[in-house]
Structures are given as structure tokens and as C-alpha cells.
Design a protein around this ligand. Structure first.
Ligand SMILES: Nc1ncnc2c1ncn2[C@@H]1O[C@H](COP(=O)(O)OP(=O)(O)O)[C@@H](O)[C@H]1O
Ligand SMILES: CC(=O)N[C@@H](CCC(=O)OP(=O)(O)O)C(=O)O
Length: 247
């Protein structure tokens, strides 16, 4: 599929500028399919705090009990997704909000139910339905999946984006975040290959949320995604991960 996937972290949603929407417009005019996968982690944590529901994270993954799952669905589908759709509409871009329950778009399985609760990874994508939807408009997809038995799963948005990119063999995956790229000594590492990752983790250059983000990125390039870009803006090169250094 001639597809570009952009994951937008919860922190990045409110910081999208006109260059972002212009880039989307150009991709659409060039006939590319565009899928946006949104996060909402900070917004989920904020509402949890307001409701006195403790946020528990293990390895950057939100431990998701029943109460947290319903709050997560509420925030992603009732807050962050419509916020993004309204911005797209304001910019004159045709877009549609999507989640796992639309035409069984995303199927998933539990990662480790005893450890994380209702947290999943994506095992299946309804490729035909998604392809049809994306030929006419930009898709805005929430990082949630449904098990075969119809149970909802909370999926880390970086993992969701990389999984979907892997299954659909997207040509490019952008992970938009709140930093200009992978930083080392304060400078952006412009090009990376998968083999660079273990040493950077061992040297504690890459920590926190950047670690699962890069692991997801590595899986995507291994599965045939041409390039994964980690950046704070689509028009900034940031860090590009490829299977091999090309320039
Ligand atoms: N080497 C690194 N370069 C850049 N950011 C890093 C690095 N190591 C850890 N980080 C952290 O990773 C964060 C981005 O990951 P995360 O907070 O999960 O983003 P998002 O919510 O956009 O998915 C940065 O804000 C930074 O605090
Ligand atoms: C399982 C898990 O951790 N899910 C994430 C889903 C949202 C997300 O990943 O949002 P950001 O990209 O803004 O961090 C969460 O509950 O925070």
C-alpha cells in the first residue's frame, strides 16, 4: 500500500502547526494514503489524577485495569481524537475518525495480562477496509484493539503505529514527539540503523519513552517499512532509522 503513517503523541497534538497540515495536503495531492495514529497518554494521566485514580506504569506501559481502560477509551475517543479531527476539518482536509470497532479494523492480543492488565499488541488489520477508507480521506485511528472475543485492549500508540505500519507495509512511518529527534550529548542523531540501538541503551543515552519508541521503530524497518523518522515536526528531518545507512 502506498501509505504513510504518522503517529502523533498526546503532547504533540496541541503543537501541530500549519507546516504539518500543508505536508499532509501535499501527500494527499500526490496520491498517497495517509493514516494518523494518535496518542493521548498525558491526557489520560491528567484525567486519572483529577479522578484520584492512580497511574501505574511499568516499562513506560500503562497498567490498565477495568477502570483505567474505560477512562482510556473515554479520553482517546472522546477527547484527543475529536480534537485532531477538528483541526483537520479547520484546515480543509477530509478526514475520518476510526477505532478498532469500525469494520474490525484492529485485532489484538494481551501482552501479559497478569503484569499489565488490558494492554495489547496488534495481531491483525482489516487491510481491505482500511485501504478503501484511506483512498478517499485521511484516517485518524485510536491506539486501541479488540480481541477476537470482543474485549478492548489499550495499546501503546508507538507500538500500534509500528504494528500497523508493519502489517500494511507502509512506505514511511513518522513518530512525532516532543523532542527534535534521538538526542546524544544534546545533538540530534540524524541517521540510525537497528544495530546502533543496544549500545545506546547500554550507555543510557536512550531512556524512558524513547526506548519503546525505538524498539517499535526497529521492528517496523525489519518488517519492510523503508524509513522511520522520529521528529517533532514533519518538515524537520529529525532522526531517520533505516535498515542500512544510505547517505
Ligand atoms: N536519547 C534521547 N533523545 C530524546 N529523547 C529521549 C532520549 N532518551 C529519553 N528520551 C525521552 O523520551 C521522550 C519521548 O518519549 P515519550 O515521552 O514516550 O513521547 P510521546 O509521548 O511523544 O510518545 C522525550 O521527551 C525524552 O524525555
Ligand atoms: C498501553 C499504553 O501505555 N497505552 C498508552 C496509549 C496512549 C499513548 O501511547 O499515548 P502517547 O503516545 O501520547 O504516550 C497509554 O495508555 O498511555
Amino acid at each position: 500500500m502506498n501509505l504513510i503513517i504518522v503517529k502523533i503523541g498526546g503532547n504533540a497534538i496541541s503543537k501541530l502547526n500549519s507546516d504539518f497540515f500543508e505536508q499532509l495536503r501535499q501527500w494527499r495531492q500526490a496520491g498517497k494514503k495517509v493514516l494518523l495514529i494518535h496518542g493521548g497518554g498525558p491526557q489520560i494521566s491528567k484525567l486519572s489524577a483529577k479522578l484520584n485514580i492512580p497511574t501505574v506504569k511499568k516499562n513506560g506501559i500503562r497498567v490498565t485495569d477495568e477502570e483505567t481502560l474505560s477512562l482510556t477509551k473515554m479520553v482517546l475517543l472522546g477527547n484527543t481524537q475529536p480534537a485532531l479531527l477538528m483541526r483537520l476539518a479547520h484546515e480543509g482536509l477530509a478526514a475520518i475518525g476510526l477505532n478498532a470497532s469500525d469494520q474490525q479494523l484492529l485485532t489484538g492480543t494481551y501482552v501479559d495480562q497478569a503484569k499489565y492488565g488490558a494492554v495489547g499488541s496488534i495481531t491483525g488489520v482489516n487491510e481491505l477496509a482500511l485501504s478503501k477508507i484511506l483512498s478517499g480521506q485521511i484516517g485518524v485511528l485510536a491506539p486501541l484493539a479488540l480481541t477476537r472475543d470482543g474485549e478492548w485492549l489499550n495499546v501503546n500508540a508507538d507500538t500500534a503505529a509500528a504494528d500497523v505500519a508493519r502489517v500494511l507495509k507502509a512506505s514511511q512511518l513518522y513518530l512525532l514527539t516532543d523532542v527534535p529527534g534521538v538526542l546524544k550529548n544534546g545533538k540530534v542523531i540524524s541517521a540510525m540503523i537497528p544495530q546502533d540501538l543496544p549500545q545506546l541503551i547500554e550507555d543510557k543515552v536512550i531512556t524512558d519513552g524513547m526506548q519503546p519508541k525505538l524498539s517499535a521503530a526497529v521492528e517496523a524497518v525489519h518488517a519492510g517499512v523503508h524509513a522511520v523518522c522520529i521528529t517533532d515536526q514533519l518538515t524537520h528531518p529529525g532522526t531517520t532509522l533505516k535498515m542500512e545507512v544510505t547517505d
